[in-house]
Write a protein that binds this ligand. Structure first.
Ligand code: LMR
Length: 394
């Protein structure tokens, strides 16, 4: 049988991780995979996570199974973090998943179960794994214009024009904040217009919320998701705890389904649990329990929010420094977008050849589409990157 298997294409982001590790140069700079790094290059275990883990070790009396949808307290705490009081809890079905990717996968599967003919619309560009999972599931795929290569901002006319072609029941995947890979995001006024078009078309929004707290703040980054939840009778939300809790390898995420009325909650909840059972049975619990403990303990929560804010402002500081440095070296404002983009990423506009030249010459690793991870920089490497960008002729 195995001879029938074809080689799979390498994941663009993950293969970059391996190439970076294999590079012997001491001055190399990793701006590839979306992982937060502190100024010393470490991805720290957050203080509140460490404290919660210690407490868990002391207090946990069993590791028997939880529930197919995960611990209900995790669902409640995450629903509150993401949705606040935007919709009544009775209208939300939720299931824990292995990471945000697991939530995305379960969301697509739920759609395929209910409406196999639905097309999934994704922004062009989007996170490459979105495309890969949709294709793997054999679902119909379409894309909407998103990014204006000239301004490095969103292409609002393109977004609205393409979304006007969505058919009723189609799924539209939206990045709730901190767009990956571009870093360019709709303003509140833009979101209102996007939502108006989607409502008119009868679309089902699916929000990917992987970076809540990395853009403008925990509440601010949830604003678009909350507006969507209140604007549509139903929507799906895939939230990740990997980045904002720094628990990447624990695989902690959640899929939420906002249903039109409380009477439909039970059947949707049952479907989420069923899908978990088919794919992996019980979702991972360790990370989810840590997150629940942090979100429900006032002292742990305050410490987590403070550290998350440090992370966010560190990234904003690096953005400002890089924008200033590029302004000085290019003697122009054409890189001002680096300062206005939000989240870990910015697509800086280098060609694949220029990306390759920066890797070969300066040991700077960025994704082939010129996405950089701002958190891979520190105050000393920002000027190195800025010089390399100008030298490469970007
Ligand atoms: C990224 O885009 O770099 C992250 O979401 C990590 C991943 O799994 O690709």
């Amino acid at each position: 049988m195995f001879e029938l298997l074809k080689e799979q294409p390498a994941d663009k982001i993950l293969s970059l991780m391996a190439a970076f590790r294999a590079d012997p140069r001491a001055q190399k700079i990793d701006l590839g995979v979306g992982v937060y790094k502190d100024p010393t290059g470490l991805t720290p275990v957050m203080r509140a996570v460490r404290a919660a883990e210690r407490r868990l070790v002391e207090e946990q009396t069993t590791k028997t199974y939880t529930a197919l949808a995960g611990d209900a307290a995790f669902g409640a705490a995450m629903t509150d973090l993401v949705l606040g009081d935007a919709v009544p809890a009775a209208r939300v079905a939720a299931a824990a998943t292995p990471g945000g990717t697991g939530a995305i996968r379960q969301a697509f599967e739920l759609v395929r179960m209910a409406n196999p003919e639905a097309t999934v619309w994704v922004s062009d560009p989007t996170w490459p794994n979105h495309l890969s999972i949709i294709r793997h599931l054999g679902m119909k795929l379409a894309s909407y214009r998103y990014f204006d290569e000239a301004t490095r901002d969103i292409d609002l006319d393109g977004i609205l024009g393409d979304l006007a072609r969505v058919a009723a029941g189609d799924v539209v995947l939206l990045h709730g904040c901190c767009h990956n890979p571009t870093g360019a995001n709709p303003s509140a006024a833009d979101w209102a217009r996007i939502i108006a078009v989607l409502k008119e078309r009868g679309a089902l929004p699916l929000v990917d919320l992987a970076y809540q707290g990395f853009g403008d703040g925990l509440v601010e980054d949830a604003a678009a998701t909350r507006l969507i939840a209140t604007s549509f009778p139903e929507c799906l939300i895939a939230a990740s705890c990997s980045k904002n809790f720094g628990i990447y390898r624990e695989r902690t995420g959640i899929l939420m389904a906002v249903v039109p009325e409380a009477g439909m909650q039970a059947v949707v909840q049952g479907n989420l649990a069923h899908l978990n059972r088919q794919n992996f049975s019980f979702p991972p619990d360790h990370g989810a329990r840590i997150v629940t403990m942090i979100l429900t303990d006032p002292a742990l929560r305050a410490d987590w929010e403070a550290e998350l804010e440090e992370i966010r402002t560190t990234m904003l500081g690096l953005r400002a420094q890089l924008a200033d440095e590029l302004k000085r070296l290019s003697n122009s404002d054409r890189f001002a977008f680096v300062g206005t983009h939000r989240g870990m990423f910015s697509r800086i506009g280098a060609s694949p050849e220029q990306v390759e030249a920066m890797r070969a010459k300066q040991g700077i690793y960025m994704v082939g589409d010129s996405r950089i991870n701002i958190a891979g920089l520190n105050r000393d490497t920002v000027p190195v990157l800025a010089r390399a960008i100008i030298e490469a002729g970007v």
